[in-house]
Design a protein around this ligand. Sequence first.
Ligand code: ADP
Length: 352
Amino acid sequence: RGNFVPPIKSNGGNVGNVTSRAGKCDDALEDSTKRCLEMLCGPDGELPEKLRNLEPRLIEHISNEIMDRDPNVRWHDIAGLEHAKKCVTEMVIWPLLRPDIFKGCRSPGRGLLLFGPPGTGKTMIGKAIAGEAKATFFYISASSLTSKWIGEGEKLVRALFGVACCRQPAVIFVDEIDSLLSQRKSEGEHESSRRLKTQFLIEMEGFDSGSEQILLIGATNRPQELDEAARRRLTKRLYIPLPSSEARAWIIRNLLEKDGLFKLSNEEIDTICNMTEGYSGSDMKNLVKDASMGPLREALTQGIEITKLKKEDMRPVILQDFENALQEVRPSVSLNELGTYEKWNKQFGSLS
Ligand code: ADP
């Protein structure tokens, strides 16, 4: 199957007509793979040039596991981060929506780096960009390329960029990009990871010079590990910090309101915010989850059986639940780490 070149013609979506380079029907392909390839065919029923030398199973993996046609995150789902939202709207969303205006002097950079502590909304921003710009979203974790796809990472990267090219406008989100483009080139560096890195940079170079509407977003918690070549290609570098007190309040209110559990006063919310300095967005989510278990635990200790428990038997979530949850859910980012991000931001970040 390695040399499969699909398909020459697929008259009216007939999977039976998916053919190999030899022109014969390739019956060895699973129906799901055939369907997947057909969806990528142009109006002439042929597979785009870029995909012809790629392995069908990799194309299928990209289409089914890595591609998200309808990422359901919007700006209003993300608390705070006004600076990042403004920069990204101008740099990324407008150009994706109006490529005719954003050319020449206004042509946008094709690489964006989001860096900062874990759990601060970098992935959410990536999805929101795709959602707002009506683009196809591709999510890949760079560490999976080096661990799960050992020896095949390069091929998968080619397939990823190839499919993205056929699904424009597209946003490719590479999580933990440092593990792919790190500057550590010790003797221990594997030949395969060196090849993977080269392939990745080649692909980036390829769409950077063309007229493709593809944006690459790299996310990292370790920006200091990126090498110079990677930094150069990720032209805009945005710091995604821990949420402010207002943003933390917003996350609490939003999560509880969604479930109809919000009954806290403004003063109580302020108290919780004062106690959660240094918590990331993801820590806040875990805190709310834990606190919302409070009423349930209490009802059960009063002897009500879980199978007989009615929603009305449970009191609302109160400040005490948050105080208890704070004993369980601790902040995941240390002050020390924050200093590193701020230093890197001053040196390499896009501050305006
Ligand atoms: P990162 O990519 O920075 O590690 P994510 O975007 O995956 O973090 O965020 C993890 C979870 O934390 C999200 O699914 C969301 O529930 C919550 N979260 C983090 N930051 C925010 C934010 N700014 N606004 C709302 N929710 C957030």
